[in-house]
Design a protein around this ligand. Structure first.
Ligand SMILES: [Zn+2]
Length: 270
């Protein structure tokens, strides 16, 4: 943990310091070695929160985007008394869970049921293949565009298996060079929606306490635009969907051809 309680203050670990765990209240000792990030640990190896994972530079970099009081927040269910330490809880009550290590589908479901209002932020760089797969899915996937959001379909097989059925938005952090790729929980005509977002604006949005995406609204808009096209063409909705996909595929081909022939420069000048 980054913080422990020392005389009711949240304090970061310094050599030889002692404090209390903000979760269970037991004494914790400062671990300030050369190998791992300076942190607080319980005596012995046990951590009181079974969901807690050892922190990495990646966790700390993410946490540092938020005020201290929003980091490592004890979250308790008033009815059951169950508690866990949320990585970050922003002003609106939205919980951000930073996931670096492997996690089972069962644990994903448990955490989603417990936190209710939450967002996954997954370190996709842990496994090299994951980044390539997600990026590849996004680049090559058939899809369409709405309000600047490119949504791809049929790319789910490239998404890490354990997160495919997530009931909340999953943001894949593919490293500072790449934008965030987000898997939305709902489906549009049985198709998964994978969106792409600028890193800075997502972090800024979360810092101000709000969610960066209204996924239900976005997917409703996508549905509506498909239905609209289907109605205009007087074809079944599925055909409208196919039409949009084909339309953007054609546009991609057109852009690629223009680039190859150099005609896009001519077009711009006009
Ligand atoms: Zn504890």
């Amino acid at each position: 943990m980054k913080f422990a309680l020392v005389s009711d203050q949240r304090i970061e670990a310094t050599p030889d310091a002692k404090g209390a765990c903000p979760g269970c209240g037991d004494p914790v000792i400062a671990k300030c070695g050369k190998q791992k990030i300076w942190h607080w640990a319980h005596k012995g190896t046990r951590t009181c929160d079974p969901w807690w994972e050892p922190e990495t530079e990646w966790h700390r970099a993410w946490k540092a985007n938020f005020p201290n009081e929003q980091q490592e927040v004890r979250h308790q269910d008033a009815e059951t008394g169950e508690w866990h330490i949320a990585d970050v809880k922003v002003a609106s009550g939205l919980v951000l869970e930073f996931q670096h290590s492997a996690i089972s589908t069962d644990e994903i479901q448990s955490r989603e049921a417990f936190y209710k209002k939450m967002l996954w932020i997954v370190d996709a760089t842990r496994l090299k293949k994951t980044v390539a797969k997600i990026e590849g899915a996004f680049r090559s996937g058939k899809g369409w565009q709405l309000n600047g959001v490119r949504a791809i379909v049929g790319g789910l097989k490239n998404i890490p298996l354990e997160f495919r059925e997530s009931r909340h938005v999953v943001l894949f952090d593919c490293g500072v060079e790449l934008p965030f790729y987000c898997l939305l929980p709902g489906r549009v005509l049985d198709a998964a929606t994978l969106c792409c977002y600028d890193r800075k604006s997502v972090v800024e949005c979360l810092r101000t306490g709000s969610h960066f995406i209204d996924d239900a609204q976005l997917q409703n808009q996508l549905s509506a635009s498909i239905t609209d096209i289907a109605t205009k063409l007087n074809v079944p909705v599925e055909a409208g969907f196919e039409f949009i996909v084909q339309y953007y595929e054609l546009k991609k081909v057109e852009q690629a051809l223009l680039r190859r022939t150099g005609l896009h420069r001519f077009r711009r000048r006009r």
